[in-house]
Design a protein around this ligand. Structure first.
Ligand code: NAD
Length: 491
C-alpha cells in the first residue's frame, strides 16, 4: 500500500513565481489565499503574476528557446524522461497536495501524477515522429519540408486535475522544442509549485516556467507578442476570451473546453455494464468536476425504471462525501463556495422546472468531519426534459440528468441538441447499432460500452464549442510545430 506523506510536509516551500530557473517574488507583492475545499480553511497564500511578471517570464522563456530548439532530439527526450521519473517518485506527495487543495479524494489522485509522467514518456518517445516530407520534383526543382517548433508556448490549466494537467501538458510542446510557461489554476496552485521545485534542476533555465496567477496573468499570456501559441483547459467563455485576445498577435490556440456529454443506452445494452457506466461516468468521486462526465443519460423506456433503480442504489453505495485526504474517502467537495452555490442553484432550477429529484440535491449534514467544506450530495434527476437548464448547461458538479426515450431519431436529435461536443458513450451489444449511432453523434470522443477512459495515442478533444484541436496523441505534438518549405533549384 502507498505510504502517504503528512499533508503539511507535502506542501511546497516556495509560494512565488518560477521562471528562468529561479524563484521570483511578484513585482507588485500580490499574493492570493488558497483554500482546502474539504473544510474551507486557508492553507496559505500564493503569488499572483501581474503583466510585468508575465513579461519577465516570457523573456526568460524566449531567451532559453534557441538553445532548447537546437538540443538534439535524443537529449531532449532524456530531459523529459528524467522529469517523468521524478514525478513518479513524488507521486504520493503531489497527490496529497492536490487532495488538500482541490478536495479530490487522495485514493484517486494517486494516479494523476503517474498520468503526467506517462505523457512525458510518451511524447519523449514520439520525438522522432517530428518529420518533414519530400515533394515530387518537377525537372530540376527539388522540394522538402521541415517541422520546426514555434517558440514560447503558454499552457493555462483548470483546477480539477492540476498536477496531471500541468505535468502532462508541458510534455508535447517541450518535446517539439518549444519553451513552456504553465499557468496553474488560481484555486489550486500548490501542486504545480511543488512540481516546479521537483523539476527545477531538470531542464535548462527558462525551458520550463510555472507562473501562478489568475485571470490577468492568463490575459497577459494571451496578448504577449512573444507567446507563439496559447492553450487552455477550461470553460467555453474563457476559450472565447482567449481566442479574441490572441487575435491581435494571430496566435494559434488549442482548447479543451467544457461538455454536456450524453450516455445513450439502447434496449439491448448489458444492464450490469450500463449501470456501472452510468454510475462511474458522472465522476462523482471529484463531485462531477470533469469535462468528460456523461451528465446526460438517455435510457430506453424498456429498461428505464430498472436501470434508474439500480443506479440509485449503486451511487448511494459507492459515493460518500468525506475528508479528501483520507484514503477511504470516495467523494470530494466542489472547488469553492461559489461553485457550491452554483451547483445548488442548478438543483433548485431542476426542481422548479419539473424534473424529479431522485437522489441527493442537498449539502451533506451528517458528517462533522467535513463541516465547512463545499460538498453537495451525489444528485440524480429523472424525468428531465430537453428545455430545462439542467439538461442544457454544464453544471460541473455532481448532478446527473436522466431522460427517457423511445424513438431513435428523436433521441439522437436530443443528444446533439447542445452547443457542446466533447464526449459521448453508447451502450448496445449490437456493433451495427453502435457504428450507426457513433456516426451520428456530434462529439470528439465516443466510448462504446464503457465510459471515461483515456488512452495515450488516441486523440482527445471536442467538436462544436467543446474545443479545437486534439491532445494525447501525435496531433498534439505536431500542433506545437510549424512547417517550413524549402525549394532547391538544381538547375
Ligand atoms: N476538455 C477538457 O479536457 C477539460 C478538462 C478539465 C476541465 N475542463 C473545463 O474547465 C472548466 C472548469 O474549469 P474553470 O472553471 O477553472 O475554467 P475557467 O475557464 O474559469 O478557468 C480556466 C483557466 O483559465 C484562466 N482564465 C480565466 N479567464 C481567463 C481569461 N480571460 N484569459 C486568460 N485566462 C483566463 C483561469 O485563471 C484558469 O487558469 C469546465 O468548463 C470544464 O469542462 C475541460
Amino acid at each position: 500500500m502507498t505510504q502517504l506523506p503528512d499533508p503539511a510536509e507535502a506542501l511546497p516551500s516556495h509560494r512565488e513565481l518560477f521562471y528562468g530557473g529561479e524563484w521570483h517574488a511578484p513585482r507588485q507583492r500580490q499574493y492570493r489565499e488558497t483554500l482546502n475545499p474539504g473544510n474551507g480553511s486557508v492553507i496559505t497564500s500564493v503569488a499572483e503574476a501581474d503583466p510585468q511578471d508575465v513579461d519577465a517570464a516570457v523573456q526568460a522563456a524566449a531567451e532559453a528557446y534557441p538553445a532548447w530548439r537546437s538540443t538534439a532530439p535524443a537529449q531532449r527526450a532524456g530531459y523529459l524522461r528524467k522529469a517523468a521519473e521524478l514525478i513518479r517518485k513524488h507521486a504520493a506527495e503531489l497527490a496529497m497536495i492536490d487532495a488538500l487543495n482541490t478536495g479530490n479524494p487522495i485514493a484517486e489522485m494517486l494516479s494523476d501524477a503517474n498520468v503526467a509522467a506517462a505523457n512525458l514518456d510518451y511524447f519523449a518517445g514520439l520525438i522522432p515522429m517530428i518529420k518533414g516530407e519530400t515533394i515530387p520534383r518537377e525537372s530540376d526543382q527539388f522540394h522538402y519540408t521541415l517541422r520546426e517548433p514555434l517558440g514560447v508556448v503558454a499552457r493555462i490549466v483548470a483546477y480539477n486535475h492540476p498536477v496531471m494537467f500541468a505535468g502532462g501538458k508541458m510534455a508535447a510542446p517541450l518535446a517539439a522544442g518549444n519553451t513552456v510557461i504553465v499557468k496553474p489554476p488560481e484555486q489550486a496552485p500548490l501542486s504545480c509549485l511543488r512540481l516546479a521545485e521537483i523539476l527545477a534542476d531538470v531542464f535548462p533555465p527558462g525551458v520550463l516556467n510555472i507562473l501562478p496567477g489568475s485571470v490577468p496573468c492568463g490575459q497577459s499570456l494571451s496578448t504577449h507578442p512573444l507567446v507563439k501559441k496559447i492553450t487552455l483547459i477550461g470553460s467555453v467563455p474563457t476559450g472565447k476570451a482567449i481566442q479574441r485576445a490572441a487575435a491581435d498577435t494571430l496566435k494559434p490556440t488549442l482548447f479543451e473546453l467544457g461538455g454536456k456529454n450524453a450516455l445513450l443506452a439502447f434496449p439491448d445494452a448489458d444492464i450490469g455494464r450500463l449501470v456501472d457506466g452510468i454510475t462511474r461516468g458522472m465522476n462523482f468521486t471529484w463531485a462531477g468536476q470533469s469535462c468528460g462526465s456523461t451528465s446526460r443519460v438517455f435510457l430506453h423506456e424498456l429498461h428505464h425504471d430498472e436501470v434508474v433503480l439500480r443506479v440509485l442504489e449503486r451511487v448511494q453505495a459507492m459515493y460518500k462525501p468525506g475528508v479528501p485526504t483520507d484514503m477511504a474517502t470516495t467523494m470530494g467537495p466542489v472547488i469553492s463556495k461559489v461553485a457550491q452555490e452554483r451547483v445548488l442553484s442548478f438543483i433548485a432550477s431542476g426542481k422548479q422546472e419539473g424534473a424529479h429529484l431522485a437522489l441527493g440535491g442537498v449539502v451533506p449534514s451528517n458528517n462533522p468531519a467535513i463541516e465547512g467544506g463545499y460538498f453537495v450530495e451525489p444528485t440524480v434527476f429523472t424525468n428531465v426534459q430537453p428545455h430545462m437548464r439542467i439538461a442544457r448547461e454544464e453544471i460541473f458538479g455532481p448532478v446527473m440528468s436522466v431522460f427517457k426515450w423511445k424513438d431513435e431519431a428523436e433521441v439522437l436529435r436530443q443528444v446533439n441538441d447542445t452547443t457542446y461536443g466533447l464526449t459521448a458513450a453508447v451502450y448496445t451489444q449490437n456493433m451495427t447499432t453502435a457504428q450507426r449511432t457513433v456516426a451520428q453523434i456530434e462529439a470528439g470522443f465516443i466510448w462504446v460500452n464503457q465510459v471515461g477512459r483515456h488512452f495515450l495515442g488516441v486523440p482527445f478533444g471536442g467538436v462544436k464549442e467543446s474545443g479545437t484541436g486534439r491532445e494525447e496523441g501525435l496531433d498534439e505534438l505536431l500542433s506545437f510545430t510549424q512547417t517550413k518549405s524549402v525549394n532547391l533549384n538544381l538547375a
